[in-house]
Design a protein around this ligand. Structure first.
Ligand SMILES: Cc1cc2nc3c(=O)[nH]c(=O)nc-3n(C[C@H](O)[C@H](O)[C@H](O)COP(=O)(O)O)c2cc1C
Length: 349
């Protein structure tokens, strides 16, 4: 017996609208994390596409200086790139999508899954499941404003057992012209906990004729492959599985393997530190990176990871953090940017 439609391997290219994506392994949107250098890192390790952290459509529309400077900064080597916008006003969305396109985005993604109260209260994020007409209008507005393919990232529902996210996704494709759906089959109620419903995702993939990209529970390469197969998706989106572990993209695309020892992990952490300093300046970067350190420390082969973790949380400069890492691991990496991966300064476009 042969299967009617065998799934292509994750290494096979696919299209989102007119945009060709070189493989089926994507970096998911991650608020407060998915800036240009985290996206570039994912691409360096083999991701076919990286989606940005969520960006306020109001911030872009009103010309907020910091939103523009930090969120619209793209690296020339990260294309194609999707910028994710959130909001609930179609006119504002159209204007923000235009601005994102002018900044160099290749794809606009709309957040229809954020479960955070502050976002739900405004009627955006997962609240759009309760307001499908508005969701469709946002998709149309983003398409018309940007002239780019628009994708939507949707949850299965607002509460456990609710599957209206599937109906919304179908409408977004049929009435809104969405070029792909990122589907996270967990309800907004459970945030990021619990088993994703891949069977529901499979129903969605069979109901739409554009790519369905599966998100949720893709904690490592095996879990990602399982999600891909169980959901019948066209592509996978790695979220928490990529935190401090960009090697997952190489593992899934066959372009690389797990890091071979502390030297590789430390070199990558230092690349991240140099990039953050370039992005935010050294002082803000020192604070910003505190959330990144545990992800990399976890990957180190060390007797006392906890001690290094704690020390890094207390560090007040990039220099002191770097010294702590060198002392704890004994690896010899000169400072700064000896990782062989220079970060072009002022690479905003
Ligand atoms: C810290 C964090 C930030 C996130 N930020 C966003 C976001 O900005 N936009 C979005 O659509 N999803 C966001 N998500 C959801 C992820 O993209 C993904 O759907 C979710 O983590 C499930 O995948 P996982 O179980 O493989 O981590 C975020 C998740 C986490 C953990």
């Amino acid at each position: 017996m042969t299967l009617a439609n065998p799934q292509p391997p994750l290494t096979e290219p696919f299209r989102i609208g007119e945009v060709e994506i070189e493989n089926r392994v994507l970096l998911a949107p991650l608020a407060g994390i998915g800036n240009w250098f985290v996206r570039l890192q994912a691409r360096r390790f083999g991701a076919g596409l990286a989606v940005s952290e969520m960006i306020s459509s109001f911030g872009l529309h009103h010309g907020d200086e910091r939103t523009h400077r930090e969120f619209l900064r793209l690296h020339p080597d990260e294309h194609p790139v999707a910028l994710q916008l959130f909001g609930q006003e179609p006119e504002v969305m159209a204007s923000a999508a235009r601005t994102a396109a002018e900044a160099g985005a290749d794809i606009i993604d709309i957040n229809m899954g954020c479960p955070v109260r502050k976002v739900l209260k405004t009627g955006s994020g997962a609240a759009l499941i309760d307001d499908p007409d508005r969701a469709v209008a946002l998709c149309v507005a983003a398409r018309e404003g940007s002239g780019l393919p628009v994708t939507c990232k949707v949850r299965s529902g607002t509460k456990t057992g609710d599957t209206r996210g599937l109906d919304l996704a179908v409408r977004l494709v049929e009435d809104g012209g969405a070029a792909a759906i990122g589907f996270h089959p967990r309800s907004a109620q459970v945030h990021h906990k619990g088993e994703p419903d891949y069977a529901l995702a499979r129903r969605l993939s069979e109901a739409i004729d554009v790519p369905m990209i599966i998100s949720g529970g893709l904690s490592d390469a095996d879990a990602a492959l399982h999600a891909y197969e169980a959901s019948g998706a066209d592509a996978v989106m790695i979220a928490r599985g990529a935190l401090g572990y960009p090697w997952i993209f190489g593992e899934l695309t066959g372009s690389g393997e797990a890091p071979q020892g502390n030297q590789e992990v430390v070199a990558e952490l230092f690349w991240v530190m140099d990039s953050a300093a370039d992005h935010l300046g050294p002082e803000r970067a020192a604070r910003y990176l505190r959330k990144f350190y545990p992800w990399y420390v976890e990957r180190l082969d060390l007797e006392d990871r906890k001690a290094l973790d704690q020390a890094l949380q207390q560090s007040d400069s990039l220099e002191s953090a770097r010294e702590m890492v060198i002392e704890a691991t004994g690896v010899e990496i000169e400072t700064p940017t000896d990782s062989g991966l220079a970060v072009p300064a002022g690479s905003a476009r």
